[in-house]
Design a protein around this ligand. Structure first.
Ligand code: GLV
Ligand code: MN
Ligand code: MN
Length: 419
């Protein structure tokens, strides 16, 4: 991978890869990379990124929800900005590229402009969003929703696995939960929102291309399910008389997998978390909680699929005499990328000597929230084997450099949408 693409000494890519490795070392666990929203390690990471922003010539601060924000003024102070961003939180046992690549590459591009003493007819802002993954609390895109002014204050009451509420976690992080509104930005302050991100799939690799133009970010629905039966003695209760919540959950999971596998239009469904109580070898499980994540290329298809899956789960619970609580914890519609931004990205890719290739994003991104206040464009960078949300996630230096060069070119040639 990356074969045939030249990398200069002291390239942007080299700086990006060095910083990716440094940031990837900040983790809640010694052996794996995990950095969830409002953790102590997220704060350490924020300080490191703020330092990089300042040394790139930006004014930088932590906003009211924990996002790191840097601003590089244009030809005169106070101009509307081209906003560049991605997230700096991670999933559990993560790879180090998902999110940080976009934040770090954007900072390196600004640093390059600063080195050349170049000011543009617009400001550049770089945002590292504090929560895109939604791993800790039951809602995703918390950082970008706060910036877009769509943060739902009811999530402040949600609790993490250890029972800590988001409200308390914000206070521990040094933020005021009653002032999250201060992170919101106005549409007139932004000329566009642009994000560079690893592809997290195998398509660019199959095309033998380092970068691609994203057409749209697929919508997603997430649900939290809880099945309750009766805990009991594993030796005494005959099989026919059991109300085993874990066996019920297993049937639900298989039904979801089967339903999505038989779909021929790109439907995907995942149960990524399951917790059985009381959790002992010789006790019939009385209660099981699990999550469901459903995505499809169109919103109509996803909504139909969610309704079908809910019907199937309800039928399984009824037949097994389990009580069911099912809540939608997150719903995002598909976010199309703006044609005028796709065009500017395509020009930059062609100017760097690569074929222009368009592809949709099956993964969620901060652009899904930012689309409420700005047109959105995205650049994908190839990753090895299409592997992501996995410590084996990897981007070749040559591809990181190609992504950085494309982003820098987009910034330098950026023309705001004609009104
Ligand atoms: C974010 O990575 C998502 O698509 O879940
Ligand atoms: Mn991501
Ligand atoms: Mn992710």
């Amino acid at each position: 991978m990356g074969a045939g693409i030249a990398v200069r000494n002291n390239s942007l890519g080299e700086e990006v890869v060095r910083r990716i490795t440094e940031l990837g070392g900040i983790s809640e666990d010694a052996d794996t990379l995990t950095r969830v929203y409002l953790s102590k390690e997220l704060r350490t990471a924020a300080d490191l990124i703020l330092g990089w922003m300042r040394s790139a010539g930006m004014h930088a601060h932590l906003d009211a929800v924990g996002n790191v924000c840097g601003r590089y003024e244009g030809e005169r102070p106070g101009l509307p900005c081209l906003m560049l961003g991605s997230h700096y939180d991670t999933v559990r046992d993560a790879g180090k590229w998902d999110g940080p690549l976009g934040v770090i590459t954007a900072i390196s591009c600004v640093a390059e402009l600063n080195r050349r003493g170049r000011r543009l007819p617009f400001a550049i802002e770089v945002v590292g969003f504090a929560d895109e993954e939604g791993v800790r609390f039951a809602s995703t895109l918390l950082g970008s929703r706060a910036v877009a002014g769509t943060f739902d204050e009811s999530v402040l009451a949600t609790r993490d696995r250890d029972g800590v509420s988001m409200r308390d976690a914000l206070v521990q992080f040094g933020l005021d939960p009653d002032h999250i509104g201060a992170a919101a930005r106005m549409r007139r302050e932004l000329l566009a929102y642009l994000e560079l991100h690893i592809e997290q799939g195998p398509v660019l690799e199959a095309q033998n291309l380092p970068v691609g133009v994203v057409t749209a970010i697929a919508g997603a629905t997430r649900l939290a399910a809880r099945l309750t039966g009766i805990a009991g003695h594993a030796g005494t209760v005959p099989m026919a008389l059991r109300r085993d919540a874990l066996s019920g959950a297993a049937e639900c999971i298989t039904a979801i997998e089967q339903f999505c596998r038989t779909d021929t239009n790109g439907l995907v469904g995942t149960v990524g978390y399951l917790h059985a109580k009381p959790g002992a070898t010789n006790v019939i499980p009385g209660q099981v909680s699990f999550t469901i994540d459903i995505r499809a290329p169109t919103d109509a298809h996803r909504k139909r699929a969610v309704a079908d899956i809910v019907r199937q789960i309800e039928a399984i619970a009824k037949r097994r005499d389990l009580s069911l609580q099912l809540d939608v914890t997150h719903e995002n519609r598909t976010a199309p990328c703006a044609p005028w931004l796709k065009e500017q990205i395509a020009h930059a890719i062609a100017a760097e000597g690569f074929s222009v290739f368009e592809l949709p994003s099956g993964a969620g991104h901060d652009g899904m929230a930012m689309i409420d206040i700005a047109d959105v464009g995205m650049i994908f960078v190839r990753c090895r084997g299409g592997i992501s949300h996995n410590p084996a996630e990897h981007v070749e230096l040559a591809d990181a450099d190609a992504g950085a060069r494309v982003l820098l070119r987009v910034i330098e040639n950026f023309r705001p949408r004609e009104s």
